[in-house]
Design a protein around this ligand. Structure first.
Ligand code: TYD
Length: 221
């Protein structure tokens, strides 16, 4: 599968384990780009649309009854289909920069590897669901499961259905993300999640700047 984000916008996804600090970095990048005069659409998955937010509660909250692996993958894919067609694709056509907290790689890692559905099957499902809309750049914040758990619980937030899975589930997911990045290094920026928030933000901003220059040279964003 190739990146097929339509010109002239730019699509950046943040991925990584729970507690990697994606939201913080996505927020800092959005702010920096807005300050530089860019129009940024900041969004998240699962969610990003009214139907997606409903699906988010269905799949993440405890107490919904049994949700088997295929049902889970299809709920995430349904939320993503709405997100891609209603929010991301129109924004890219307008020339905006879309920054999403998680996207299809989360399904490939969590449902494909974590739930054992297979990465190829989940990638194909998501390719179909999004009409082959894949990010121009994925920032992968790599975090060890124990550290991620520590960071989450430090915030005292209650763990959702995914977060409360054991560390070996999260270790498998970490490996899946790293494999995706290794298979297409030109479309990923892998950084070790850490406490140096400004340092990480600088590294991300630099890579995005290079991408914007490349796009400008190609006559796009
Ligand atoms: P969220 O509260 O957004 O957590 P985070 O801040 O870590 O992104 O919860 C999203 C959870 O759903 C997270 O545990 C990952 C999981 N998830 C999947 O399993 N598959 C998916 O396709 C997506 C988008 C998320």
């Amino acid at each position: 599968m190739t990146s097929s984000a339509p010109a002239p916008g730019l699509f950046i996804a943040f991925e990584g384990g729970d507690g990697a600090g994606k939201s913080t970095q996505a927020g800092l990048l959005s702010q920096a780009l807005s300050d530089a005069g860019r129009t940024v659409v900041r969004t998240r998955e699962p969610g990003g649309t009214p139907v997606g937010e409903k699906l988010r509660s269905l799949v993440l909250e405890h107490g919904q009854g049994e949700i088997d692996a295929k049902t889970e993958a299809l709920i995430f894919a349904a939320a993503r289909a709405a997100h891609a067609s209603q929010v991301i694709a129109p924004a890219l056509l307008r020339g905006d920069i879309v920054i999403s907290d998680r996207y299809a790689d989360s399904s490939i890692a969590y449902q494909g590897t974590g739930r054992g559905l297979g990465t190829d099957a989940v990638a194909s499902l998501n390719d179909w669901a999004t009409s082959s809309l894949w990010p121009d750049l994925t920032v992968l914040l790599d975090v060890a499961p124990a550290e991620g758990r520590l960071r989450r619980t430090a915030g005292a937030a209650q763990e959702d259905r995914m977060e409360s899975e054991p560390d070996d589930f999260h270790a498998a997911i970490r490996g899946a993300f790293l494999e995706l990045a290794a298979a297409a290094p030109q479309r990923y920026l892998v950084l070790p999640a850490g406490d140096d928030v400004p340092g990480l933000a600088r590294a991300i901003a630099q890579r995005v700047q290079e991408l914007l220059q490349h796009h400008a040279a190609m006559g796009a964003a």
